[in-house]
Design a protein around this ligand. Structure first.
Ligand code: NAI
Ligand code: MG
Length: 342
């Protein structure tokens, strides 16, 4: 079967890593018809909007998107493209698997964490006020519905993936109402619906220290929006950096797959960005499509891509961020050469 997926190349390094990923997927035989749309600065320049209506319509229509990073202009009155996208489709669950990779040496050898980030509430409510000249305020929002649904989502996901433990990082000692609600919802979901998954919590500052000292004491991390954003990059640092951590944003109907990293303007256009995080996001997408459409051939394509990049890394075929010397396109070619064909 041919699957239709919306492709948003994005800004900065977005187009070059997207090209690399498309080449790998095509070489692996993924039967996907890409419907290209723009978002971010690229969209602003061509259509005057950071999130054009046709992009939103396409995502709604097809239900699945692969997205490069988008630059949000700072302080020009635009709300973040990513936040807007997640809100529009109510993509409340962000999943970021963080794993040690073969051939990528870091302080730790066997990191295997899954970050689940609440993607629609918290300090990303976008509600900011000038209370009085010289005093500004950002509103942290938590709703019972929002906290419960992400808790349920996380415990269901942990169960399906046969994970053992969920840990919530919080600051409920200070933010008694918002973080308190988040924490209570997770605890309740555990006690009421998922007693078989172990549940723990940690105050976030102490949790961060434990995370960098010994990540193996954690399994699935369940985090509200801002903590999830910050801890995702922190955890990326445990396994080789932002070039190797993929992500998925799930709602009830739509799913958008994208790397954790941003548009990396400092290295854009130089063919040095690591396309692996986006490639891994595409692998997550193939697995998701396989699950939702029952096209099991995609599982095989995904597995062959994973095997190919594992082998390439193991052989030292890496981009500069991982200590190698390959360019973006050359790394893609190295992966392509290693794809096994049935
Ligand atoms: P960033 O993630 O783009 O870059 C942070 C650092 O990591 C930079 O030094 C960059 O060169 C490096 N890096 C990131 N991805 C890399 C890759 N694939 N290969 C090699 N090195 C990589 O974060 P930054 O600089 O804070 O944000 C830049 C822009 O990206 C901002 O406009 C921000 O709003 C946007 N952004 C977009 C996201 C999205 O679309 N989902 C997520 C995060 C940021
Ligand atoms: Mg981030």
């Amino acid at each position: 079967a041919v699957h239709t997926v919306v492709l948003i190349p994005g800004d900065g390094i977005g187009p070059e890593i997207t090209d690399a990923v498309l080449a790998v997927l095509e070489a692996a035989g993924a039967q996907i018809e890409w419907v290209r749309h723009q978002a971010g600065i690229t969209a602003l320049e061509t259509s005057g909007e950071v999130l054009p209506a046709d992009t939103l319509e396409a995502i709604e229509h097809h239900g699945v998107a692969l997205k490069g990073p988008c630059t949000t202009p700072v302080g020009e009155g635009f709300s973040s493209v990513n936040v807007q996208l997640r809100k529009t489709f109510d993509l409340y669950a962000a999943v970021r698997p963080v794993r040690s990779l073969p051939g990528v040496k870091t302080r730790y050898e066997d990191v295997d964490l899954i970050i689940i980030r609440e993607n629609t509430e918290g300090l990303y409510s976008g509600v900011e006020n000038e209370v009085t000249p010289g005093v500004v305020m950002s509103m942290k929002v938590a709703t019972e519905n929002g906290c419960e649904r992400i808790a349920k989502w996380a415990f269901r996901f942990a169960t399906q993936r046969q994970r053992e433990k969920i840990t919530v990082f919080h600051k409920a000692n200070i933010m008694k109402m918002t973080d308190g609600l988040f924490l209570r919802s997770a605890e309740y979901t555990h006690r009421h619906d998922y007693p078989n998954i172990e549940y723990t919590s940690a105050i976030i500052d102490a949790g961060c220290m434990r995370l960098v000292q010994d990540p193996s004491q954690f399994d699935v991390l369940l985090l509200e929006n801002l903590y999830g954003d910050v801890i995702s990059d922190l955890c990326a640092g445990l396994v080789g950096g932002l070039g190797v951590v993929p992500g998925a944003n799930y709602g009830e109907k739509e799913a958008i797959f994208e790397a954790v990293h941003g548009s990396a303007p400092d290295i854009a256009g130089k063919n040095i960005a690591n396309p692996l995080a986006l490639l891994m996001s595409a692998v997550m997408m193939l697995n998701y499509l396989a699950e939702t459409t029952e096209d099991n051939s995609l599982l095989d394509v995904a597995a062959r891509i994973r095997e190919a990049y594992d082998e390439a890394l193991q052989a030292g075929e890496k981009t500069r961020d991982l200590g190698g010397n390959l360019g973006t396109a050359e790394f893609a070619q190295a992966v392509i050469k290693r794809i096994k064909h049935n």
